[in-house]
Design a protein around this ligand. Structure first.
Ligand SMILES: [Zn+2]
Ligand SMILES: [Zn+2]
Length: 238
C-alpha cells in the first residue's frame, strides 16, 4: 500500500537525481542518487595544511604556501570536492539553473569537513562570500549564502548576513589572469556592524575557489575590522 502510494505521488511530483536523472523516492531527502553521490570527486588525500591544495607527493604545505606563508589573509582553507566531472555539472546547475535544493546535499559533505578541522570548536560565526547586489537580483539567489544557511542549521554556528558586503561591480573573475584577479577583487568588499565580529573567529563559505583571491580579499577586510581568525570552507576547488 505504502509503495503504491509512493508510486502515485512520484507520478505527479517526480523527483529525479540532479546528476543522472534517475527517479528518486518522492520522500527522499537527497536530490543526488547513491550511485552518483559515491562518484563525486571528494578531496581526501594529502593536502596543504594552509590552503587545502591537494599534494600528490605528501608534505605539510604546498610550494606557494611554503614560499610565501602570508600570501593569503585567511588562516586555513578546506574544500569538499575537486571541480571536475559530475561535480562541475552539478555545481553549474546549482548556480545557474535554480537547483537551489542541492544546497542541502552539498551541506552534508561540508559538515564532514567542519567536523574534521576544528572549525566547530573555533568558529563563532558563519558568513558567506557576498554577491554584488545586481548579480544577486539577476540570479535570484546567492549560492554561497544558501550553502552557509544549510551549514549553519547543521552545525548550530550562527550565520551573520549583515556584516560582509560587495561594493564594486567587478569583472567576472574567470576572464582574468591570476595577478589581474587579485587586483580586480581588492577593495571590493566592505564590512558593516564591525562590533559583532570584533574579537571573533569567522568561518567563511564560498562555492568554488580558483586563485583564492576572493576569499583572501574577504578575509583581509574582516581582519581589518577586528575579526581574529578566518577559516574558509568552499564547496569545490578548481
Ligand atoms: Zn544519479
Ligand atoms: Zn598551500
Amino acid at each position: 500500500m505504502k509503495n503504491t502510494l509512493l508510486k502515485i505521488t512520484n507520478l505527479f511530483y517526480p523527483v529525479t537525481c540532479s546528476s543522472c536523472g534517475d527517479d528518486l523516492n518522492s520522500i527522499s531527502q537527497t536530490r543526488i542518487c547513491g550511485r552518483c553521490k559515491s562518484s563525486l570527486s571528494l578531496i581526501n588525500g594529502h593536502i596543504c595544511q594552509k590552503c587545502g591544495a591537494p599534494l600528490s607527493s605528501g608534505g605539510e604545505f604546498c610550494c606557494a604556501c611554503k614560499k610565501n606563508p602570508k600570501q593569503y589573509a585567511f588562516d586555513k582553507m578546506r574544500s569538499v570536492y575537486e571541480y571536475k566531472g559530475s561535480v562541475r555539472k552539478l555545481i553549474l546547475k546549482f548556480k545557474y539553473s535554480n537547483r537551489t535544493f542541492l544546497a542541502k546535499d552539498f551541506a552534508v559533505d561540508m559538515h564532514e569537513i567542519v567536523k574534521n578541522n576544528d572549525f566547530y570548536q573555533e568558529s563563532d560565526f558563519i558568513i558567506s562570500v557576498p554577491l554584488n547586489i545586481i548579480r544577486k537580483i539577476k540570479r535570484g539567489y546567492n549560492q554561497s549564502e544558501l550553502l552557509a544557511e544549510e551549514l549553519s542549521i547543521k552545525t548550530n554556528i550562527p550565520m551573520l548576513k549583515n556584516v560582509l558586503f560587495r561594493s564594486k561591480i567587478t569583472k567576472p573573475q574567470f576572464k582574468l589572469s591570476r595577478t589581474e584577479r587579485f587586483k580586480n577583487i581588492k577593495n571590493s568588499f566592505f564590512v558593516k556592524n564591525k562590533k559583532v565580529i570584533t574579537g571573533k573567529n569567522i568561518l567563511l563559505i564560498d562555492d568554488i575557489v580558483t586563485t583564492s583571491s576572493t576569499v583572501s580579499a574577504c578575509s583581509s577586510v574582516l581582519k581589518l575590522c577586528g575579526a581574529i581568525k578566518i577559516f574558509i570552507l568552499t564547496l569545490a576547488r578548481d
